[in-house]
Unconditional design. Structure first.
Lengths: 327, 512
């Protein structure tokens, strides 16, 4: 929780700025869209956080989003599968992708960066080839299934704001992962593995399985997120759907206090990290800045956040040393 | 005699406080050229702080330092950083060696001050000069050798050569022998003696009183940040130093007798390490027995312990209570095999995490219900283990990083106490641990054995092997060279076997 305070501060500052300077920011429709987007990206960022906790990285998130997202309408419309066949298949495929990453990393001892970089190229390539690079969509059908992402719930007392349904899976996942990390034996072991893999192994922690599991969870969440995204937007191009989403997810996790060195995570921080990036993006658009500058702003904020974190950490370490070092 | 040697560095009334806590107070020391000065004390006694002050790493809160100039006249100085100390002719060789593994020896010695010609690295001159300094420390290696490929002992000598190459007159060594074998230690002591004769002032910290007694002209004993004694060669004995260090007499251990009819707990049959080609090793350990693995560094002791624990793969068979142990470390831990690794910072501890997390990691799954951490059982069990290991300070929330070496080791051992290990494997159980903590760790290991654990430990310190083991297995070059019962073992007998001497042969000559 302490690790999340910094990002909550940054979030509030940007929020206040947006409320005052971005036109139409506080309209119901904009806030609804913002909540929806934050929830969707949170699903991906939570998965990224699980991998980052182990000291690893997953660069394939965006491509898994694309493959899972594109496959959903492709199987439903082109191949006329039922939703009861499609959803389990796509999720199982996503988990399998994660399993491959995990085994390559823990058994073959390949570097996570390389394995998932290959994944990034591989899965997008497959998605484009499979669909003939054609846009895939629901053709106005399957409204009942898409309601998973599209439904909005009225909140008593609010007239022009309704809560997007995507908030539910995002929050449930956040709570589950939060409890997993802080309360379960596996969570403790996962954090320990990220902190010092070798010491964890010597203590009897099944590190290889935990690391593999975290890659499975990350890809599974990316696949699930990809489905939610496609349900939300209705149709997408295999060539650009999910582009850079892994970087948004990683950036949000790092902003939220997950150290890329591993062993540290805050679920609350990750959620606020996602929200910060979404509000920034929204404000850039609303305030009339060219949307091309968005990457530059996100990059700048990330750099500032990480630099501030490092400085605070050093300051704390120095204070600890002054207070504690005897001998 | 002593007074004729020139004082190169004079310390008067030096003290250091950290956030109000006194780490060092009122220290007076004269460091003289041509003399070896040993600083001894328990961990936490202030040795490191004193060395850091002498070498400019930290600045004293009070007191003065004076350094002799070229004519020998002393003048007050402030050493603000290592650079100042180097300029004043003082060099520190760290306990953890600081050589970049990917640089060659010459490059390491001249790192940051490489000789150049027209802006290009003058490699030929660098190597020639390096060779000169290497010769000073008796090291006949090619200056083009990569540091990473050198054994620890040679790296250490390279570090000393590096220190000498800065024209240092005061050479400070922080626990220089802690990772050396007996023979390498003797070589280092010879080199220290040569440097002394060349007029260099050698200051060193050591936990090994044997070495101190062998080489030091003067010994300064620290306790709780104060100087409790300054002893001149020939005027002291070992017991005197020990008393000054701990303020109490260290009781010699009582030997235990293992019941001859105790069941065999651990059995190792034709064990081979997967990493290096080794001859197969077989031995058995009874419940309640403490077996010491003696041998020189590289004799294969660590490989055996790690293979039994399952952290490395191996050939052959390991049996626990008659049934085969298979699988990786995590499945063996579940069956009651515990390992305390040699390199605790790398393989034992989570330095940035609190003591509680470090201790509970190995057993939270056993106290958990439905894989949920038991929020009440964990802290109470941790507190019990902290009390049993006599951890100081007894704070579960304290980060392990801030603990002394002895207390860090107690944290690793404490981790396994709660699970009543059937087999306890310890690799160098008291390396870098002070005298008081060492006795406590030994007592705890004995208690575990009395409770029925089979204990196997490896130690490079013959004293420790003789003190702790009921039975001693001596290794040489990857195989068992011989076995000695505790009552018949002597340092000479162990060294004879460890250096390749034939078993049961009473000859004095050793062969490498």
């Amino acid at each position: 929780m302490k690790r999340a305070l910094g990002i909550i501060g940054i979030f509030l500052a940007i929020l206040v700025f947006s409320i005052f300077f971005a036109e139409n920011f506080t309209t119901g429709i904009n806030l609804m869209q913002l909540t929806n987007r934050t929830a969707l990206y949170s699903v991906l960022a939570l998965g990224a956080a699980l991998v980052i906790v182990t000291g690893g990285i997953d660069l394939s998130i965006g491509s898994v989003v694309c493959l899972a997202g594109i496959m959903t309408p492709w199987l439903l419309i082109e191949h006329e599968w039922t939703p009861w066949q499609v959803i389990p298949t796509v999720l199982a495929m996503s988990a399998f992708i994660g399993l491959c990453h995990g085994l390559l990393i823990t058994r073959l001892k390949l570097q996570p960066f390389l394995v998932t970089l290959c994944g990034l190229l591989l899965y997008r390539g497959i998605a484009r080839w499979m669909t003939g690079d054609q846009s895939q969509g629901f053709m106005g059908e399957y409204g009942d299934v898409r309601a998973i992402a599209l439904a909005k719930f009225s909140i008593p007392g609010l007239t022009d704001y309704r809560l997007p349904a995507t908030v539910i899976p995002a929050l449930v996942l956040a709570i589950l992962i939060g409890l997993f990390l802080s309360r379960t034996v596996w969570g403790r072991w996962l954090l320990a593995t990220g902190r010092n893999e070798s010491a964890a192994r010597y203590s009897g922690v099944p590190t290889a399985w935990l690391v593999t599991g975290s890659y499975v969870a990350c890809s599974l969440l990316a696949g699930f997120g990809g489905m939610l995204f496609i349900f939300d937007i209705g149709s997408a191009q295999p060539s650009d759907f999910g582009n850079f989403y892994e970087l948004y997810a990683i950036a949000a996790a790092v902003l939220g206090g997950c150290s890329l060195r591993g062993g540290e995570a805050s679920v609350v921080g990750v959620l606020f990290g996602v929200a910060t990036l979404r509000v920034l993006q929204n404000t850039i658009t609303l305030a009339g800045y060219s949307s091309q500058i968005e990457f530059a702003v996100v990059g700048g904020v990330l750099l500032l956040g990480v630099a501030a974190d490092e400085l605070i950490r050093r300051y704390a370490a120095r204070r600890l040393e002054r207070a504690g070092a005897v001998a | 005699m002593t007074s004729e040697r020139p004082v190169l560095l004079r310390v008067r009334g030096v003290g250091r406080r950290y956030a109000g806590v006194t780490a060092l107070a009122a220290i007076d020391v004269d460091v003289r050229g041509g003399e070896v000065l040993a600083i001894v004390g328990e961990n936490g006694a202030g040795k490191s702080t004193l060395l850091k002050i002498l070498s400019g790493v930290v600045q004293p809160s009070e007191g003065t330092l004076e350094v002799a100039d070229a004519r020998g006249a002393l003048g007050g100085v402030e050493l603000d950083g290592v650079r100042d100390a180097t300029r004043a002719g003082i060099a520190l060789v760290h306990q953890e060696l600081n050589l970049a593994e990917n640089l060659d020896v010459a490059g390491s010695i001249y790192l940051g001050r490489e000789p150049s010609r027209f802006g290009f690295l003058d490699r030929a001159r660098m190597r020639a000069d390096a060779r000169k300094w290497l010769a000073r420390v008796g090291l006949e290696i090619d200056p083009g050798t990569l540091c990473g490929t050198l054994p620890i002992a040679q790296r250490q000598l390279v570090e000393i050569a590096k220190a000498l190459s800065t024209e240092s007159r005061v050479l400070i060594l922080d626990e220089p022998t802690s990772s050396l074998t007996m023979r390498e230690t003797d070589r280092l002591l010879e080199i220290m003696d040569e440097l002394r004769r060349a007029g260099v002032a050698v200051v060193f910290v050591s936990h090994h009183l044997d070495e101190v007694m062998k080489i030091a002209d003067r010994v300064i004993v620290l306790r709780d940040g104060r100087k409790t004694g300054e002893l001149v060669r020939g005027e002291y004995d070992r017991a005197m130093i020990e008393r000054l260090m701990v303020g109490r007499d260290i009781a010699a251990s009582a030997r235990r007798e293992v019941a001859a009819n105790a069941a065999v707990r651990l059995e190792i049959a034709s064990l081979t390490s997967a990493h290096r080609r080794r001859r197969p090793v077989s031995f058995a350990v009874r419940a309640g027995e403490i077996v010491g693995l003696a041998g020189l560094v590289g004799a294969g002791r660590t490989e055996i312990l790690e293979a039994i624990a399952g952290v490395t793969t191996h050939g052959g068979e390991v049996r626990l209570d008659g049934s085969a142990l298979a699988g990786d470390a995590s499945s063996r831990v579940r069956r009651g095999v515990a390992i305390v690794p040699e390199d605790r910072a790398r393989n034992g501890l989570f330095l940035e995490n609190p003591v509680a997390m470090n201790m509970s990691l190995a057993w939270i799954d056993r106290t958990s219900r439905a894989r949920l951490v038991d929020q009440r059982a964990e802290p109470s069990l941790v507190s019990r283990m902290i009390a049993r290991m006599q951890l100081r300070p007894p704070q579960p929330a304290r980060r392990v990083q801030t603990l002394s070496g002895g207390n860090q080791q107690k944290t690793v051992i404490g981790r396994w106490l709660a699970v009543d290990p059937k087999v306890l494997l310890l690799d160098e159980p008291t390396r870098g641990v002070d005298v008081g903590a060492r006795a406590e760790i030994h007592a705890e290991v004995r208690r575990l054995a009395e409770a029925g654990s089979a204990v196997v430990f490896a130690s490079s310190e013959l004293e420790e092997v003789l003190l702790l083991a009921d039975r001693i297995i001596v290794m040489h070059d990857g195989a068992i060279a011989g076995e000695l019962a505790a009552h018949e073992a002597t340092e000479v007998a162990i060294m004879h076997l460890a250096t390749g001497g034939a078993a049961h042969a009473h000859q004095t000559g050793t062969h490498a």
